[in-house]
Design a binder for this molecule. Structure first.
Ligand code: NAG
Length: 353
């Protein structure tokens, strides 16, 4: 158990260090076309840190990812993203799609051209007496719920933090053909979670970009972890975040643009039967990346009321208020460790100077 936890800690921390230490600079002899080690894995062995997408193939790219939605926060974010003409990735929690208001949000996100992935968490956070086949079916059920709205089965997956130590689940998910997603930047939206503090989220980006540029004189690439639930500042902070990305000259991409993946969806929710793209996937006619500045308004801009569900579904779905609880104490600690270690190269530089 201890070994597995150490491995997972590495999975979270090492990519962070790798990004900070600029692997491009560390291996100047590598041809520009060499396959990056951070893309989706094609090997079939047990899950290692190399299986997690934690950075992009192209320096200067930034992939914003949001987990635990859809929620009221997602609705607000879709408006901001539309104004910015920017695309992100949403890891949908299929549980919420049984509510019409959130099903509508997820469908709108897909129609707007954002990439839809899925989150997964073991029932009761444990295999218990479940077999691998039971869990595969549970994952497939969530995947089909999403496909019902988007017409495609998600391929990119975030496994709930409390399960990162569970090698059995990770290996199972990998064997099904899912691509595991990690991150090399935490936007701390669960910390800056009030109207008064959400503006600080943009400062996290600003600081990250500036330190990178100071140290290496060039851009890195980022996969950012965020939470699109109302208990975080993700939605309120987004306009300023986009403007900060724009002012530093980074390019916002969906995860498929980040990994140069033309087939970001699965053909089948259970079996590893290959992948498909759609009209908006990387390399396809309607694929979009980049952003433009947006207006930053102060005060809550939260949309009230539900987004319309698909026509003809009637008004019988349950309604609820979704106020997720995205973070566990242990994941916060991991993040703190990662941030501290990321500072080490900067400190070394300061010392050498
Ligand atoms: C989805 O949301 C439900 C309800 O809050 C929660 O019980 C479940 O653990 C969540 N799933 C994931 C993958 O986080």
């Amino acid at each position: 158990m201890r070994f597995i936890q150490a491995t997972i800690l590495s999975a979270l921390v090492m990519p962070f260090i790798a990004a900070a230490a600029d692997p491009v600079a560390a291996s100047p002899a590598a041809p520009a076309t060499a396959p990056a080690t951070t893309g989706p894995s094609t090997d079939e062995g047990p899950v290692t840190m190399a299986d997690f997408v934690t950075s992009c193939q192209t320096p200067g790219q930034i992939s914003l990812t949001y987990s635990e939605g859809p929620s009221e926060a997602t609705m607000e974010m879709l408006q901001t993203l539309k104004e910015a003409n920017a695309k992100v990735t949403f890891f949908v929690n299929a549980t919420w799609l049984q509510y019409m208001q959130y099903a509508g949000v997820a469908r709108h996100a897909h129609v707007d051209g954002h990439l839809i992935g899925m989150t997964y968490r073991l029932p009761s956070d444990t295999f218990g007496s479940h077999t691998d086949a039971d869990i595969k079916e549970d994952i497939a059920r969530a995947s089909r719920t999403i496909q019902d709205l988007t017409q495609v089965y998600p391929k990119y997956m975030k496994v709930h933090e409390s399960n990162l130590k569970d090698a059995r689940l990770l290996n199972l998910v990998k064997s099904m053909g899912y691509t595991l997603v990690g991150f090399n930047m935490d936007e701390y939206d669960y910390k800056y979670n009030t109207a008064a503090t959400a503006g600080q989220i943009a400062e996290v980006y600003n600081s990250m970009f500036s330190k990178q540029m100071d140290a290496y004189g060039r851009k890195a690439s980022y996969v950012v972890a965020g939470y699109d639930v109302p208990s975080t500042g993700a939605a309120a902070g987004l306009p300023k975040v986009i403007n900060t990305i724009q002012s530093h000259g980074y390019d916002m991409v969906r995860l498929d643009g980040c990994t140069n993946d033309k087939t970001p969806y699965k053909k089948d929710p259970i079996t590893n039967d290959g992948f498909v793209g759609d009209a908006k996937s990387f390399g396809a006619a309607e694929y979009k990346h980049g952003q433009k500045s947006v207006s930053v308004t102060t005060g809550p801009s939260n949309q009230k009321g539900g987004v319309q569900g698909p026509p003809g579904t009637g008004n019988t779905a349950k309604t609820t208020q979704h106020d997720g609880t995205p973070k566990t104490a242990s994941s916060t600690r991991l993040t703190a460790v990662a941030s501290t270690l990321a500072l080490v190269p900067a400190l070394v530089c300061a010392y050498l100077l």
